[in-house]
Design a binder for this molecule. Structure first.
Ligand SMILES: Nc1ncnc2c1ncn2[C@@H]1O[C@H](COP(=O)(O)OP(=O)(O)OP(=O)(O)O)[C@@H](O)[C@H]1O
Length: 770
């Protein structure tokens, strides 16, 4: 089965002119039954000539949200409930309508793919429950995260609660999973919508002036991250449990920085977005050229996306702008999509887990896990190289009709032509490309080992992994990967860590680069995690990321999370993570002692102690000393469960219960941005607004200005007295009044912004926790 690629051309926006329209779509429809679905665009070098690209479906400017959903997404719901994973992603240049397609607007007609998909899932769930007379139940659980600057953040977490390094990802039996990601069960559509809306506020968006887009129009909601919604559907009957997942991905759009007014922050984000999209294009190219190495691992987005493609149905929605201003970008997107549609995916049904037989005639016994270590990564393969031997029903009726190859200009598209007799033609293979094999005829996993299959790695027994640390994992990696010596590998790891650190400490980043993610980093710095510990945490995460030994990696990831939680004073969560790590380090006394200490502390409920300033600083000093003492043992995680744990307890910071100690006036249900000490408290109490606006820049003021200058709606929204609308208004006012390079330098300037005023400034500033 191939990736199904459909193109959607968005309507003209207010400031765009009809005469500038250059992209035309020929959708399928009653008036053109069986005709190819094409997108036409002129050759930029010779406009009398045009290029045509054929896709599995084309939707022109008139297409509605409902039409796209019904034709492209609705058919996948049946397969989701049949046990197949589904991936839907929107791809396109910034401003072409990806978010509109995936999320859409608030009105019923405007709702995008994601809310409609959930609506269909709930409808089908109710039907299954009803038809089975209540014997089968369906549970829908949601997780939602973003990849921002190549770091993964849980969108159910407010930006200021994020750790700077984000969440680690790992491979688990052929699936990429995000470690520590929260999952929420949603019993109704309404529950889902509430969670989804809340989480979207946490997504990294920003106002970006995109010159070429619509004549200096302000795009206040440009997505600066790839957002991934995962919906897990679990069907439980008396005899079996079946789980499958649909992932809906709104990719950030690529943009040409020469044509935007991006400032330094935006350039960093943009570089990260462009890099991940570039890696994605490289992966697609490598697959289509049958290269043995597909660079999935070079970006987190491709690691995550590759898995979706590998294991079920994949639908790509290519979003296009119709106007000339996007000419080259559109061609580039069309070429990318043209290659993507030739990728074949080995679909694998998630097999049910059977319950034990209850007696004669009971259910088939024995587990049939598909998510365990018995699954190998299923490689993507070029479609032309595949033999689609099982001619089975298609999932898309319109695609089945389009089986006649059409002539296609190839200047910008792949030159490789499928051989005669090949199952699917590159240009006209929509029908065969969309063929889908239900469970009984699926390819076996073992057969999935095409030319790009990776050798399966045996998981070592836990006892074997207990005494090994990251350094030995690196050695193992070096041995497994003859191209890299151990030293080279070490050097590579060090370099990556150094680069990360350097980029964090660069002066240019300290002031201006405080966007959503960095608000979390700022909060941590304010929590005074010693730089050495921070460095070790990050180095550990990198090493965990690099190491290939799944078993050890999993244990280390739990350790890492435990240490991050412990560093934030979240003892309960730290204990849970240590508990999860324990099976990977059996018999380790230090780890057991660590857990006992945490249990005692939690059981004792000694909140006062965690708040007491003296022990905190004493512990910090001790921890700092320990860090200094054994700094160069950093990489020696062989004794992960022996030596390095020694320090963990040393880091106790303000406990979550700290707000209880604050006065009622200061207590607020809203999350606080950061913790500061500041000599201007008295002014807050007086409410002396004018004095405040003239006050010199205190750390608190500096922080406020940093948040404002980030122009990050999500971060600004977390300031006291600022709701979503006000945050947007502030960003709009900033963008209207100031060029992107210009920063707000004092409170008076901030108070002078349209719709802000001294009271708002005072309120926002007072809300920064002291
Ligand atoms: N099909 C459509 N119908 C009406 N308006 C649309 C459509 N597609 C996009 N738009 C409008 O175009 C603008 C840009 O769309 P959107 O923000 O979805 O683009 P995007 O590709 O997600 O951009 P970015 O990558 O910067 O986030 C929005 O104002 C949106 O409402």
């Amino acid at each position: 089965m191939s990736v199904r690629v459909v193109a959607r051309i968005r309507p003209l926006l207010k400031l765009e002119c009809a005469k500038d329209t250059i992209v035309e779509g020929s959708p399928a429809g009653a008036e053109r039954p069986g005709s190819p679905t094409l997108v036409r665009i002129p050759n930029p070098k010779n406009e009398s000539e045009s290029f045509s690209f054929q896709f599995h479906g084309v939707y022109d400017q008139e297409a509605t949200q409902q039409e796209i959903f019904e034709k492209e997404i609705s058919p996948t719901v049946k397969h989701l409930f049949g046990g197949f994973d589904v991936t839907i992603f929107a791809y396109g240049v910034t401003g072409t309508g990806k978010t509109h397609t995936m999320r859409g607007g608030k009105s019923l007609a405007d709702r995008g793919v994601i809310p409609r998909l959930l609506s269909a899932i709930y409808r089908r769930s109710r039907k299954i429950e009803k038809d089975s007379g209540g014997e089968t139940s369906v549970e829908v659980a949601m997780s939602y995260y973003e990849i921002y600057n190549d770091r993964v953040y849980d969108l159910f977490e407010a930006p200021e609660k994020r750790t700077a390094a984000g969440l680690p990802i790992r491979d688990n039996g052929g699936k990429t999973v995000v470690v520590g990601l929260s999952e929420r069960t949603c019993w109704t559509l309404k529950e889902f919508e509430q969670l989804y809306d809340q989480a979207n506020v946490n997504r990294s968006t920003s106002a970006t002036k995109v010159r070429h887009l619509v004549l200096d129009r302000l795009n206040a909601h440009s997505s600066r991250s790839h957002a991934i919604v995962c919906i897990k559907v679990t069907q439980t009957s008396p005899t079996q449990t079946r789980t499958s997942t649909v992932s809906a991905i709104d990719l950030a759009g690529s943009e040409d920085n020469r044509r935007t007014d991006n400032n330094k922050d935006r350039l960093v984000e943009s570089a990260s977005i462009n890099k991940s999209l570039f890696v994605l294009a490289q992966c697609v190219e490598a697959i289509s050229k049958k290269q043995s190495r597909i660079p999935y691992r070079e970006s987190k987005m491709t690691r995550i996306l590759s898995l979706g493609q590998n294991n079920g149905l994949t639908v790509m929605i290519l979003n296009l702008a119709p106007v000339r201003a996007f000419h080259l970008d559109t061609l580039s997107s069309l070429n990318f999509a043209n290659r993507t549609k030739k990728i074949e995916v080995n679909e694998v049904e998630n097999e049910p887990v059977f319950r034990a037989a209850n007696g004669p005639g009971g259910a088939k016994p024995g587990p049939a896990h598909v998510s365990g270590a018995n699954i190998q990564r299923q490689p993507l393969r070029p479609l032309a190289a595949a033999t689609n031997s099982n001619a089975l029903p298609t999932i898309h009726e319109n695609a089945r009709k389009a089986d006649k190859p059409v002539k296609q200009f190839s200047v910008y598209s792949d030159t490789r032509k499928p051989g005669r007799g090949s199952t699917v033609s590159a240009a006209g293979g929509a029908g065969a490309a969309a063929r889908f094999q239900p469970g009984g005829n699926k390819r076996s996993l073992a057969n999935g080992s095409g030319p790009f299959a990776r050798p399966a790695k045996a998981i070592r027994p836990n006892a074997d992994t207990a005494a090994r640390g990251i350094r030995s994992a690196a050695t193992a990696m070096a041995a497994a990967e003859p191209a890299l010596s151990k030293d080279q590998l070490e050097a590579l790891i060090e370099r990556l860590v150094e680069e990360k650190l350097a980029s964090k400490s660069a002066p240019s980043s300290s002031d201006a680069k405080r966007s959503t993610a960095d608000a979390g980093a700022a909060a941590h710095q304010q929590l005074q995690i010693p730089p050495d510990l921070q460095r070790r945490l990050e180095a550990l995460e990198h090493r965990v990321d690099e190491t290939e030994d799944r078993s050890r990696k999993e244990g280390l990831q739990y350790l890492l999370l435990a240490r991050q939680h412990a560093a934030r004073g979240e003892d309960g969560a730290a204990l849970r993570m240590y508990g999860l790590a324990r099976p990977f380090f059996p018999g380790n006394e230090k780890l057991a002692g660590k857990m006992r200490a945490l249990e005692e502390r939690i059981g004792g409920g000694d909140e006062d102690e965690t708040l007491a300033p003296a022990p905190v600083s004493r512990k910090l000093a001790r921890a700092k000393k320990t860090c200094d003492d054994d700094d160069d043992q950093d990489g020696d995680y062989e004794d992960a469960a022996d030596d390095d744990y020694e320090d963990d307890d040393g880091f106790r910071f303000k406990h979550k219960s700290a707000p209880r100690k604050r006065t009622a006036a200061k207590a607020s249900s809203k999350p606080k941005v950061a913790v500061f000490r500041d000599e201007y408290d008295a002014e807050d109490a007086d409410g002396a607004a004018v004095a405040l606006l003239q006050a010199p820049r205190t750390p608190r003021t500096q922080h406020l200005l940093r948040v404002i200058n980030s122009r990050d709606v999500a971060a600004i929204r977390n300031l006291r007295g600022v709701g979503a609308k006000k945050a947007e208004a502030i960003v709009n006012a900033l963008c209207e009044a100031h060029h992107e390079e210009e920063l707000i330098t004092d409170l008076a300037q901030l108070g002078g912004l349209k719709g802000v005023g001294s009271k708002t400034v005072e309120n926002m500033r007072a809300g920064i926790l002291v």
